[in-house]
Design a protein around this ligand. Sequence first.
Ligand SMILES: O=P(O)(O)OC[C@H]1O[C@](O)(CO)[C@@H](O)[C@@H]1O
Length: 549
Amino acid sequence: MSQLTDLPAWKALWDHFEAAKDVHMRDLFANDPERAERYSLEVDGLFLDYSKNRLADDTLALLMELAHQVGLPAKIKAMFKGEKLNTTEQRAVLHVALRNRTNAPIKVDGEDVMPKVNAVLERMGRFAHAVRSGEWLGYTNQPITDIVSIGIGGSDLGPLMVCSALKPYGHPRLNMHFVSNVDGAQLKETLKKVHAETTLFVVESKTFTTQETLTNAITAREWFLSRARDEKAVAKHFVAVSTNKKAVGDFGIDPANMFEFWDWVGGRYSLWSAIGLPIMLYLGEENFSELLNGAHIMDQHFRNAPLEANMPVLLAMIGVWYINFYGGGSHVIAPYDQYLHRLPAFIQQLDMESNGKQVMLDGSPVDFETAPIIWGETGINGQHAFFQLLHQGTHISPIDLIASLENRSSLPGHHEILLANVFAQAEAFMRGKTADEVRVELAEQGLTGEALERLVPHKVFGGNRPTNTLLMTRLDPRNLGALIALYEHKIFVQGVIWHINSFDQWGVELGKQLAKTIHAELTGKLVDAPHDSSTSRLIQLYRQANGRA
Ligand SMILES: O=P(O)(O)OC[C@H]1O[C@](O)(CO)[C@@H](O)[C@@H]1O
């Protein structure tokens, strides 16, 4: 495999970095009045301003050259063609088929997957219609009022994030609940809020072997049966979403109540599949279709736009510039929208579980950084918490500022304040405040001499801190679909650059294995498995506290 670090563009980028690393964005803006226009682009209802980054035309040209040299265009084609890019599991990577609105055939092992994708989508639509219209009745013949989605990771975060983001589109009779944590507190608190007669449980698990989800599902079923007192009633109140028909049957959910998806849909890329059932139940078939439409528009853009005018590619390569050259190991997602408050958590899994890898496709170790640490919070709350570090700390953390132009809260006076803060933060991160500007400001406040000078270094902002501003016309299903697909493809591009497999997640396995043994020890089924002294002591402490010493 050609080594990334041996590629001419990689080497040229290092030379360029040495020459350009100290350039200040203030100067880049001063020297190019058209910078904002040239360094921005729009895809449908999504506008990206990437002008407030430490890069110039030659930087971008080299980054695009690197993308060509690693063979990105061919990899994009390969994904859409259904090639098995997930090489450790021998699986295709085809979340794009789930939102393939043209219905052009997409083949896996010679079989066009579109007919089965559409068949499941239609079934989901019929079921969602029955629940939403009130035709689907519980065991006491009442319509469903509460939906409890039980899943974790990719089988939770997508539906949770989308249902939160699109709450204004939600069905007025339906209350959505999401249970992921095996800490019984979450399920217990949820069950306090619902009634067995009017609650539908959607058990979501790609493998249907995930301990957290199955434990929660079993407890939920026991709770339900303790009220309904009729096994037959389960069929009206439990449905499953999975790739594993047998395990669903073994669990006791009628396969007729199972919505299927396939191993070529990665967990964290699965909200477009039947895993999106809670979304469809809450938002309806039309809005779910719009979500798919938005993603499809981004897919088409990603597939067809030249690299230098390709939104996911630009975001990815700008990320590579900071991660690999500036050593910026973290990336902040800051939505200025309360409805998007779960977006940072969603993108955190999407990015870190995909690209948190240390070996390349051929198994050899990487000798460069891969995925950044993704973190974030609603921007306005972040401003009053961690933005201090982003402005004056020692790390460089690029930030995505995400907002909608249209006001959805309909409370007068709020949206302008919100957007003023988005734009002000982007400006402040870029411009900073020089020592001379601080002096003028302090002098205006009446300070002079030593008192003034003592304060100056504390009040200086270096600026030159990178941000991308992503604006949606409005936060609606279609724009949200496009936004999510944008991040999915960005992450794919970075994985291609780094020669890693973005679609497996072996790193989550070891802890799961060890937990099985320790669980057996905590429950007295196994005595004293070999551990290090720290782990043994922690187990001992648990036993003492629970009278099992
Ligand atoms: O859908 P499942 O099989 O229950 O898995 C849930 C999550 O667990 C993981 O495998 C990691 O723990 C994720 O990749 C996945 O989204």
